[in-house]
Design a binder for this molecule. Structure first.
Ligand SMILES: CN1c2c(nc(N)[nH]c2=O)NC[C@@H]1CNc1ccc(C(=O)N[C@@H](CCC(=O)N[C@@H](CCC(=O)N[C@@H](CCC(=O)O)C(=O)O)C(=O)O)C(=O)O)cc1
Ligand SMILES: N[C@@H](CCS)C(=O)O
Ligand SMILES: [Zn+2]
Length: 773
């Protein structure tokens, strides 16, 4: 018997292009090599391709306005006219130079050498950038003043809706909801809650929705991922206020309220009380939520069921999903159900079929954005009684093969994990004893200067690696090139006068991918790019099996670098939690277990570095904070295993060896005890944009170890003056003991140009000298 098919909905499709077209168009525009017309043409082409692809894949509800030139939160800030005064916006159409100045800052002599970009003659910083919930995607933090006024300042959602309509494709525009927008924003110049601005923001949403309606939109998807967070009563009330106001302003627009990244939990009643026509649920992150929702949701509410994982890359168990959904369709009717990915697909790569070099078995286990659309169509067809048995058995066979293969399980790894002892997690002595020995050994001055690890990954470095990977450059020539870059960087650090040097990480494509490529249990894609921010993308490794380290990974480069200088070179590693959090992980064993496996591999590398003579070893845990679960009730369990993994990786060395860690997202107030429990000797953190306020957590906790609060914001192409850095350091000295302070940039310098890095580091060393003087 055939029944009506539940609609298949897509919540958002990757905007970067299968061949990274958006990145190349942006970078060419910023470099002044192409004009705005070419950039906008590429953008239009990408949107068209995505719409047509989704239509051809049988998607019934196709999103528009999911495209962004840089970031969808920035687009929302611009759309509501939340543009701080220094960006020189005249209140009319928001020009590209204003938009990109907010995204990347703009300084007098332009972004790129020889550029005749209109940014000339200005010096504005970029908006702050931070993590989009628990993902490796970064959004620009809107800045709002207490007197903030809002006005509809961009009609992008309407324009894109009409653009798709002109192609004959009816779309469901996606907008970021007002409560999440304000929750993600920060208060500027005052201590107030951005959410207090809600009532003045809502008319702009009303106007936008009414314009969308006039353009012909029937449904609008309003993303409110903040519904998956712990909310206060006031925040829940804000949802009620917001959606009541919107429903009053535009009663005929059907809203699909999209929650994702977690369970609605105690926000469910609020979500169900809102005057919306549909509710999207992330049933991958919150599989158990379905029963409760079915019991409580009004019969006429359309439920969008996020059953295909938008955050991971494994093929789904389609037969199991079908079985789970059949009773839902029976109970509610197909017209009241939509089948969807758990969240937007921007967090996964685009197309497995591009991966011609991946072995067939592994490829058969994977599903990227395009394949996920196919999985959704199969589920919907199956629910409507279509014969999808081939697709179901193919998925089941892939799953069975994955479960059974010997590629996944390594007895030596499980045996080693089983034999771990408590002492493997502890340094031999406490910090006070260790630091005394380390200070004696290293003999560093007060306020030692260092960098976080990477130096510019220039076009030349990337080209050489690409040539090597293609086979156009042989190993010896490639290594020779990298050695020359490394030596040049060591000389430069010596000239600048840095105290603790790094080798520059030129041999690394990415701080996670590089290690993954050297570890067993990992696989890699060639085209599996995922946007991290703006034009910066990553190719997250795929952890498919037990992890181990077949051989040393960094020792040769460390030895090469240390042989070139008398100053200490830091051994430079990525930590287990970061490797885990920035990879696609197995779903057949707990994350904690994979993390411990990686920790043991890193521990071996730490010990090898020490044996080779490294006196300082840095284990970057940039993603430790970001991996924190969205609900506070789940933090402890995560922190327990994450900190345990870090300690496992770091504790195998003698007291004299100094362990550094680095974190670029540094809001530690709520987890400072866990940060202290990592027991690192030195931690470098991002603090420059917060004007050292992030250090308050360390002060309040009486954090015992040494700290390098970043004094140079490396995310923007600005060169900070010495005075800016001494001012920041003065603020740091109010919060920390002088003996605790290291001086360093916020993060690695890989995304910067040499022209920026050299003067900025000179200024940084001058700031250190001024302090010592
Ligand atoms: C520190 N950060 C990182 C995060 N996540 C990571 N996985 N890694 C990080 O470093 N998250 C938080 C922050 C900020 N996020 C990022 C993310 C990405 C970058 C970045 O610089 N990305 C580069 C790509 C890096 C890379 O993989 N490079 C490869 C491939 C280079 C390439 O494109 N080659 C071309 C050929 C080159 C040529 O011929 O010119 C090709 O293959 O086609 C490599 O170097 O080999 C980016 O450009 O997007 C920074 C911070
Ligand atoms: N060592 C890395 C850390 C980035 S978070 C780098 O310097 O790029
Ligand atoms: Zn960093």
């Amino acid at each position: 018997m055939s029944v009506t098919k539940p609609a298949v909905a897509s919540l958002g499709f990757p905007r970067i292009g299968a061949r990274r077209e958006l990145k190349f168009a942006l970078e060419s525009f910023w470099a002044g090599k192409s004009g705005a017309g070419e950039l906008l043409d590429t953008a239009e082409h990408l949107r068209r391709r995505n719409w047509i692809l989704q239509r051809d894949k049988g998607i019934d509800v196709i999103p528009s306005n999911d495209f962004s030139l840089y970031d969808h939160v920035l687009d929302t800030a611009v759309m509501v006219g939340a543009i701080p005064s220094e960006y020189g916006w005249a209140g009319d159409d928001v020009a590209l130079d204003v938009y990109f100045a907010m995204a990347r800052g703009a300084q007098t002599d332009g972004e790129e050498a020889g550029c005749d970009h209109p940014d000339h003659g200005r010096d504005v910083r970029a908006l702050e950038m931070t993590k989009w919930f628990d993902t490796n995607y970064h959004y620009l933090v809107p800045e709002l003043t207490q007197q903030q006024t809002f006005a509809l300042s961009s009609t992008k959602p309407v324009d894109h809706f009409l653009e798709a309509k002109a192609l004959g494709i009816e779309t469901r525009p996606v907008i970021l909801g007002p409560v999440t927008f304000l929750k993600l924003a920060k208060a500027r110049g005052g201590d107030f809650e951005p959410l207090t601005l809600l009532s003045s923001l809502l008319p702009v949403y009303g106007e936008l929705l009414s314009r969308l309606q006039q353009a012909g939109a029937i449904w609008v998807q309003v993303d409110e991922p903040a519904l998956a967070l712990d909310l206060t009563e006031g925040e829940r009330a804000a949802y009620v206020e917001a959606y009541d106001a919107i429903a009053t302003a535009v009663p005929d627009v059907k809203l699909m309220l999209a929650s994702y990244f977690g369970s609605l939990g105690d926000n469910l009643e609020t979500a169900l009380s809102l005057p919306v026509a549909g509710l999207h649920l992330d049933l991958v992150r919150a599989p158990d939520a379905l029963a409760d929702i079915l019991a409580k949701a009004p019969a006429d509410l359309v439920l969008s069921l996020g059953v295909i994982d938008g955050r991971n890359i494994w093929r789904a168990d389609l037969a199991a999903i079908l079985e789970r959904l059949r009773p839902v369709i029976d109970a509610r009717g197909a017209d009241k159900v939509q089948i969807a990915p758990s969240c937007s697909l921007i967090h996964v790569p685009i197309d497995v079929d591009l991966e011609t070099e991946l072995d067939a078995e592994l490829k058969g286990w994977l599903s990227f954005a395009v394949q996920k659309l196919g999985e959704l169509s199969t589920i919907s067809g199956g629910l409507a009684g279509a014969n999808v048995s081939d697709a179901l058995s193919s998925a089941s066979e892939a799953l069975a093969a994955r479960a059974e293969t010997s590629r996944v399980h390594d007895r030596a790894v499980s045996a080693r994990l089983a034999s771990l002892k408590e002492t493997d997690r502890n340094r031999r002595s406490g910090f006070a004893d260790r630091i005394a020995l380390q200070r004696k050994k290293l003999g560093l001055p007060l306020f030692p200067t260092t960098t976080i690890g990477s130096f510019p990954q220039t076009g030349d470095v990337r080209k050489a690696r690409a040539a090597f990977n293609r086979g156009d450059l042989d190993r010896a020539a490639y290594d020779g090139f990298l050695q020359a870059e490394t030596e040049k960087t060591i000389r430069l650090q010596e000239e600048i006068g840095l105290d603790v040097l790094v080798h520059g990480e030129f041999e690394r494509n990415d701080m996670v991918q590089y290690f993954g490529e050297k570890l067993s249990g990992f696989a890699f894609t060639r085209h599996g790019w995922v946007q991290s921010y703006g034009s910066r993308y990553v190719r997250p490794p795929i952890i498919f099996g037990d992890v181990s380290r077949p051989e040393p990974m960094t020792i040769d480069w460390w030895r090469f670098a240390q042989a070139k200088t008398q100053r200490p070179i830091k051994g430079m590693l990525t930590g287990p939690v970061t490797i885990l959090n920035w990879s696609f992980v197995r779903d057949d064993i707990p994350r904690a277990e994979t993390c411990r496996q990686i920790a043991l591999a890193i521990r071996d590398e730490v010990q090898d570095l020490e044996r080779a003579g490294a006196a300082i070893i840095q284990i970057d845990e940039a993603a430790l904070r970001e991996g924190l679960p969205l609900r506070v009730s789940e933090w402890k369990s995560y922190l327990d295993w994450a900190i345990d993994a870090f300690r496992l990786s770091a504790s195998g060395v003698s007291d004299e060896t100094q362990i550094h860690t680095h974190m670029c997202y540094s809001e530690f107030n709520d987890i400072i005890a866990a940060i202290a429990a990592m027991d690192a000797d030195v931690i470098s953190i991002e603090t420059s944009r917060s004007k050292m306020e992030l250090l308050d957590a360390f002060t309040a906790f009486d954090y015992p170890s040494e700290i390098g609060p970043g004094v140079y914001d490396i995310h923007a192409p600005r060169i900070p003056a010495t005075s800016e850095m001494t001012e920041l350091l003065d603020l740091a000295r109010k919060r920390l003991d002088d003996r605790q302070i290291w001086i360093n940039p916020d993060c690695g310098l890989k995304t910067r140009r040499w022209e920026e890095v050299k003067p900025a580091l000179k200024n940084m060393v001058a700031a250190a000298k001024a302090l010592r003087g």
